[in-house]
Design a protein around this ligand. Sequence first.
Ligand SMILES: Cc1cc2nc3c(=O)[nH]c(=O)nc-3n(C[C@H](O)[C@H](O)[C@H](O)COP(=O)(O)OP(=O)(O)OC[C@H]3O[C@@H](n4cnc5c(N)ncnc54)[C@H](O)[C@@H]3O)c2cc1C
Length: 400
Amino acid sequence: MGAGPAALCITAELVQQGLEVQAIASKSPLEPWPNTYGIWASELESLNMQELLKYRWNDTVSFFGDGFGKSGDTCTSHYLDYGLFNLNNFQEALFKRCNGLSWQVETVKNINFREKETVVICASGKEYLARVVIDASGHNTPFVKRPKKENIAKQAAYGVVGKFSSPPVKKNRFVLMDFRSSHLNSTQRKESPSFLYAMDLGDGRYFVEETSLACSPPVSFELLKSRLNLRLSHKGIQIEEIMHEEHCLFPMNLPLPFRNQPLLAFGGSASMVHPASGYLVGSLLRRAPSLAKEIAKAIKNDPSMNTSKIARIGWNTLWTTELVQRHRLYQFGLQRLMSFDEELLRSFFDTFFKLPRNDWYGYLTNTLPLPRLFIVMLKLFSIASSKVRLGMIGLVIRKR
Ligand SMILES: Cc1cc2nc3c(=O)[nH]c(=O)nc-3n(C[C@H](O)[C@H](O)[C@H](O)COP(=O)(O)OP(=O)(O)OC[C@H]3O[C@@H](n4cnc5c(N)ncnc54)[C@H](O)[C@@H]3O)c2cc1C
């Protein structure tokens, strides 16, 4: 179910395993995806997919100063390439791996589970039967069961691709996080922090996006838009032409789904978004092959295996005990970050990016084995200032 990046990634792998797949989504898989997807280039290089990038920057930086004066404007270099996907090519490459499979353009309204099959009921009234169903219909799926949680934190961002009266970022540069806040007054600085994510797209076009990492309730688009305008006007920059506007809102700390349910999931619906960064695509590409392989093995080895058992094998492959533990640590980290005020957050990230590159990269991409992740978190604690340390152990509460 679905035709976003998660659905295409897992469908391609299931088809490659020789399984008989039926795909259903409200939108055709050929309809262009609405979001811009960014990723560290090394994540794609490790999968030999780097040619899917449309843009690639090696001048990748962040700003963690307050923006007042020389030292407040100090720039931190990441020394690691970042890129934006060529969405057409990415979508097409995944689609091609589905070997001509055609999607039913239908909206799923209900799912019924029987012992040996699942019945998917669509808005049109049509019903489809399958040995096992994978819900890749995004973060808001009503079908995947998970523990109830109040106050889900959401990442929110408002961005513009456009032309500006003068460059909002240096030529050929990618800015991961610009936390400078000298354009805000003291009251505004006490509100939920946000940063600028920005890049030079060439031909006089730039993408600038005001982003709130995670907040519950989420920071409103109106506030993010006004902060972006304030940030730009403070530098004497006007937006001359808006070519595309991006409104970004998705949950960062959705609880993990129950692993004993007969419905499998993949992508946003399976809580696969990295709770500390909001990234998902790299993890889809890394995790789809093993999930497809295990499902294929189960179905081929035991043609009479019941649905719940196939789903259970899928869940245990997708969310191994190791990945569940790592997820808990990330969730804990995010919870702490959300209690930080703007100054403490700047100081935290400044310290975080002082870690050796392999450590912070591994943390952000969820590629460190659990023991290493522990060590990196301890290392971070040991090099942090006493105020950041107090924040990390929950002894600093944000003043409002
Ligand atoms: C604006 C934005 C920018 C983002 N940027 C990045 C980024 O740079 N890098 C990154 O890694 N992550 C990013 N993310 C996070 C994450 O990668 C995206 O949310 C991603 O789109 C989630 O993929 P998905 O396939 O799980 O769900 P979706 O992309 O939401 O796709 C869901 C699919 O299911 C279909 N569907 C929904 N309901 C039904 C139904 N009832 N029946 C049938 N079909 C249904 C939809 O039509 C759609 O095809 C971003 C998210 C947003 C919102």
